[in-house]
Each structure stands twice: as structure tokens, then as C-alpha cells.
Ligand binder design. Sequence first.
Ligand code: ARG
Length: 509
Amino acid sequence: MADSVKSSKLWGGRFASDIDDLALAYSESTLADSRMIAEDIWGSEAHALMLGATGIIPEADLREILRWLEKAREEFEAGRLKLKPELEDVHMNVEWYLRQGAGPEMGGRLHTARSRNDQVVTDCRLHLRTRLLNAVELIAALQEVLLSIAGAHLDHVMPGYTHTQHAQPISVGFWLSGHAAALERDGQRLQEVFDRVNLCPLGACALAGTSLPTNRRLTAQLLGFDGLVEHALDAVQSRDFVLETLAALAILAADLSRIAEEIVLFSTYEYGLIELDDAFASGSSIMPQKKNPCMAELARSRTGLVYGRLVQALTMMKALPSGYNRDIQEDKPPLWEALDSLEATLRVIAGMIGTARLKLDRMAELPSANFATATELANWLVREHGLPFRTAHEIVGEVVGSLSREGKNFTDLERTRELLAQHDVETTRDMLSELLDPAACMRRHTSEGGTAPEQVARQITRLRSGMEQLRKWAAQRAQAIEDARELTSRLVQSVLEGTPLANTGLPEV
Ligand code: ARG
């Protein structure tokens, strides 16, 4: 019988007619599944080896199955294996390839003791874990950009803001390393998520395990998983690993949006604190003078995409009854879209910050213009005059009120001295000049984690070592995945060369 694509549905037995074209188009998932072709083939090879090792399928069949799975892999790597939507998903496509080559019987044998239910979530976890490692590396790369600029600007002062109003003088290094500190936790969150993603659901079968003598731990090891999602029903029905990935990504997106927002604000004429490089800005088709921070605006906007994907996935999971439900096929598009979007955003923000020009003169002049050292004056009254902080606050508030009504600021040292004297606080202009100098004020903030250069330098050292740890971890995990892939591939090659499975060095588990 000709194995025509549509009429050969792999569950065809029960059905008298083909699926309607509309229904097929509505339900097929080949676009999202095309990310997981390599994983589907690897998963199938590991499963086949396990079936051979446990004697569930004969070795001759194993060889035939592996021969065609290897061909599928080669076709895929050469860019020639395109998923056919009429075959519904990646699993059916790979099985179809096998049936076409090795005959329907081999395709059928491979599907012993597995189901698309455990297969799909295995593929998804395999693909996701690599994407998580990639995201961690990109986070570290952005941290590196932030920290290297921060390290070069420990002494450069700028306004620190609260309520988007001048608050206290800080250093440029302090500002940038603050973002790197948040990114460290974003990286750690993904690292923690990874541990729960990197577990093997394969072998759970449709929902209840199997009566066949499988060895789930062998399959898990061949796929480089750290262990099993042991409970079979839980393994096929749970998607909390998707939800927690998206939640961690949503927090990352929030952190990136804050950087993006500052790039937009700080590059305005009004702030004038940074100028974007031409390569990371764009112009206007009508206003020749414009240089727009479009990449930062898009980064800010795409936060919505990531939040949306989280809410979409949470809603998909809400109130689902036990067992696999087709609803959860919809977990992959939001996952891939959120990852794609964030990977691009991490790269663009790193490029934008790495090439931006910091307007250090403007940054330095702003804190003197708008009373950013007022808290320091109050601290001095506490320190030198023994006043309670509230009294000091009151006095400085009155001085600031008078100066601003007179259109003056702390740079008018004589007037500031006079106003303090009205409150019985005697001081000199020289003293005030040192006290109210924003850079000197910033340097005195030596409390642990403060903005003084030595503190920021310490923070940068600590953040750098955290960043290196994240990188090292990601590289080690990537190597472990690669080792497992090579182990599977060595075993496959031995079987194909005719080595009996028992002599291939199959791990004992
Ligand atoms: N394409 C499906 C998904 O992504 C694979 C599992 C289908 N299972 C089923 N019983 N229809 O979830």
C-alpha cells in the first residue's frame, strides 16, 4: 500500500476518514516544533538504544532504526529535513522519515513504550536547557559591558535620582554596576530553573508508565539529563518548568526595560547625559535633526511580549484536568518567542551601552545645580554639631527653601553660609565648598555598598566573580550536554558498525 502522507496517519486504524484540512491547519504544530528536530532525533536514538539494551526490540531492528535516524539527522544538518505540516508535528515527521526508509514496521517498533506525550515534553526540555544556557551567557555578556564601563568611571560623578528628581550625587560606576547587580540575580534565577528543566520525562509513556521492561535511567543518561521526572502522570501533564522559565524571563525583561528606559531618558536634550552611537540609533524621515533611541524604545516595548507570553502560558495551564491535554501543545510558541525576544534584547542593549558616549561634564555639573548635596549638609550638622537628624533636616530644608526662592543654589557659598548662620550654625566658605562639592560628597559615602569609589570597586570585583561563576557554570553544563550527545552518537556508530550492543560500552544504570 502506498504510504501517502495524509492517509497514513500513524493512528489511522480507528479512523474511517482523513482529517479535514481546516482541522489539520488548526492543530498542526510544525512551526514551533521545527526548533526541536535535532532533539527529537536524539531522543529517538536514545530511546531505541534503551529498547535494544532491554531486549524489547531485537538488535537487528535497532540497527535498522538507528541507520535511518542517522540519515534523518544528516538530512536535518544539511538543511534538507523540512517538517511537513500535514504530518502534524515533529514526532510524526521523524517517524514518517523512518517509515519511508526502513519500512512501516521499523517506525512502529521505535514507538514501543513511548508516546508523543512523553516525547514532546522531552524534546521541549532538551531544547530549552540549551536556550537557558545561552540566555545566561548573554546576561553575563551584558554584565561584562556594564562592569567594564563602570570600572572606568568610579570617580565620575552624576546625579542619583529618586522619583526621577535629583537625590544625591553618585558615581557613573555606581549607576551602571547597580544594573549589573540585578542581572546577576536574573542569571541565577535561570540557573535555578535549569536544574528543574534538566530532568527526563521520557518513559512516562502516555500517562501511566508501561508494562514493558524499560530502563528510564539509561535513556535519561544518554540524553544528559540529571535525573527523571519520575512520576509518569506528572511527567506528561506538568508544565511548571515552562511557567517558571517564563516567570524568570519576565523578571529579566523588567530589569532590561529599566535600563532601556534610562537610555531613552538620558539621551534626551533635557537630560543630556549620554549620546547613543549612530549605529544604535535611527533617524526621522521628515525631521533631519532627529536621532531617536529606537532600539531602547523597542526593548522597552518588547517587555510586553514577554509578560504576555507568561500570562498566556499561565492561562493555558489553569484548571487543566489530569493527564495530557492538547491545550499544552501551546506551551512552545510563547516559550520560544520570549527567549528569541530576550536574546535579541540582551544583545542590542549590550551593543547600545557599549558604544554610547557618556557626557561626563554634563553629568558632573548637574548635582551642584540642584541641591543634590543637601542630605550631606544635614549629615554634617549631625556629625559636627550633634543635632538630631530631624532638626538638621529642618534647618537644611529652610536654607534650601530660601536659596531657591532667591533663584540661588549651594554654589552661592556666601549666601549659604549666611543662611546657616541665621540658624546659629557657624561655618566658613572653604568648609562649605568642600562639604557641598558633589564629587567629594560621593567619595565620602563609604558605608558598605555605598557609592564611594572603593566601595564600588569592591562591588565590581564581587559582581565580576559572580559573572565568571555564571559563565563557568554555563560552559560546564554545555559541555556535559555535548558529552552526552557524543556518548549517544558513539554508541549509535558502534551499533551501525555491527558491534553487539553488549560490547559497545553502554553505561550500566
Ligand atoms: N504536538 C503535540 C504537542 O506538542 C504532541 C503530543 C500530542 N499528543 C497527543 N496525544 N495528541 O503537545
